[in-house]
Design a protein around this ligand. Structure first.
Ligand code: FAD
Length: 409
């Protein structure tokens, strides 16, 4: 069997983006999509919505995904408010970010899972040269000149390089024996869509509570919010099991009724939270991308954004070496890892420290947090630096993700 250049394993946002970008670089690509994740929607509505940075928007625009999202399905937000209600919190310690202060129209964009996935599939379908296999990867045989892959429907593929975009539990990562530095957080995240008394006003809000952060993120209907509530696994299970009325009351109390009463809620789901970082990003002809390489706490909403940056860096590096560079892909994989590992380590450390800082029980930590928040709020340059990080505009960015001088985003 004649090997193709790349097989991408995983049909999530990172896998489809990787496949589109590799195909646009003139490489021959097949995608093995795996099963759809029924947990992310109820069939009637999405339970997962992503906060995507302007950098992620540029990458998705470059591969024709963003243009396929209807304007009504994208909710830009231009303000972010963060406050402290954890143990020993200083009353009124609030940090507010606002896009206008750095001349930008939005800090980030909320997009619901099914709309994003539909736009990704449409962009993939617009590239008929990419072959799409709606199956799962069953086995992978490494060979000297290529890998042999067997799919769940019995099909066989041969590829010079394989991108593992198969998520945090990555079966492919296990198959090739890559180990991870894995540390479960003492928390689970409850997600739901809720309706509140007051409109969001294009503002994302996050309060740090004693057991973890609670975010209210704006959705297209001005009174609808996607919530992500990190708390102890026991409390998370109770919130999922509670009646809608009891959940709404508890949620409103936890959020200090800052948006008035919580009027209604979708069913809830809880996810265990784990920090995971692969010890190496490649083995043989297989390279890890997105959650397969790293999983982080959702408090900064950066997991998918980081995965899209991985995809863009890998595709850019792959375009530079072309098909000839895949005879021995190790050098390409090393360059990719060199560009991404440091950024991911910094992101993992920042989210970990932030989470720990608010979980701390010592009263002096609470006072320190209050002083820190007030200081950041007052120091314009430091605040702008943090905003640039949050918007994905800093670090060693792939060309596709860099803001151009004329770029309004
Ligand atoms: C509560 C919560 C909120 C979050 N909010 C945000 C946010 O606001 N912004 C953000 O940037 N990130 C957010 N994240 C992180 C984000 O969800 C992940 O980083 C992102 O979904 C990872 O995408 P992925 O494509 O790498 O993996 P996944 O989305 O997990 O996709 C993996 C794909 O691989 C497929 N697959 C699995 N096994 C096989 C196999 N054997 N063969 C073939 N295919 C296979 C699966 O079917 C799936 O399609 C959040 C995470 C959580 C838990």
């Amino acid at each position: 069997m004649k090997p193709i250049d790349w097989v991408v394993v995983g049909g999530g946002a990172v896998g489809v983006t990787t496949a589109c970008l590799l195909a646009d670089a003139g490489l021959r690509v097949a995608v093995v999509t795996g099963p759809a994740n029924p947990l992310l929607s109820t069939g009637r509505e999405d339970l997962r919505a992503y906060s995507l940075t302007p950098a992620a928007r540029r990458i998705l625009t470059a591969c024709g995904v963003w243009q396929r999202l209807a304007a009504a399905h994208v909710t830009p937000y231009d303000r972010l408010q963060v406050w402290d209600a954890a143990r020993g919190a200083t009353r009124g310690a609030t940090l507010a970010f606002d896009a206008a202060s750095c001349g930008r129209p939005a800090l980030a964009y909320m997009v619901e899972h099914s709309h994003l996935q539909a736009a990704l599939w449409a962009a993939l379908a617009a590239r008929p040269a990419v072959s799409v296999h709606t199956a799962t990867l069953a086995t992978l045989e490494p060979g000297e000149l290529c890998c042999h892959l067997q799919l769940s429907d019995g099909q066989l593929l041969a590829a010079r390089a394989v991108a593992a975009c198969d998520g945090g539990d990555s079966p492919l990562r296990t198959m090739v024996g890559i180990e991870c530095d894995e540390r479960p957080y003492p928390q689970a995240a409850v997600i739901a869509n809720v309706r509140c008394d007051q409109p969001h006003g294009a503002t994302a809000r996050q309060v740090f509570l004693a057991e973890g952060p609670l975010a209210f993120l704006p959705l297209p209907d001005p009174q609808r919010y996607a919530i992500v509530w990190s708390t102890t696994p026991t409390a998370a299970a109770a919130l999922v099991a509670a009646s809608e009325a009891a959940f709404c009351a508890e949620l409103g109390r936890a959020f200090e009724h800052r948006l008035g009463a919580v009027l209604a809620s979708s069913p809830r789901l809880a996810f265990p939270l784990t920090r995971c970082h692969a010890n190496t990003y490649s083995a043989g002809r297989v390279v890890l991308v997105g959650d397969a390489a790293h999983q982080m706490h959702p408090l900064a909403g950066q997991g998918l954004n980081a995965g899209l940056l991985d995809a863009a860096v890998l595709a850019e590096r792959a375009a530079a070496v072309g098909a000839a560079g895949l005879h021995y892909p190790h050098a390409l994989f090393q360059r990719y890892e060199r560009q991404r590992r440091g950024e991911i380590l910094a992101l993992l450390a920042a989210t970990d420290r932030l989470n720990q800082l608010f979980l701390a029980r010592e009263p002096w930590v609470g006072r320190l947090r209050g002083a820190g928040l007030a200081l950041i709020h007052r120091l314009g340059p430091l605040k702008r630096l943090l905003m640039a990080h949050a918007m994905g505009d800093s670090g060693d960015l792939p060309v596709l993700a860099r803001p151009a001088a004329h770029d309004p985003f």
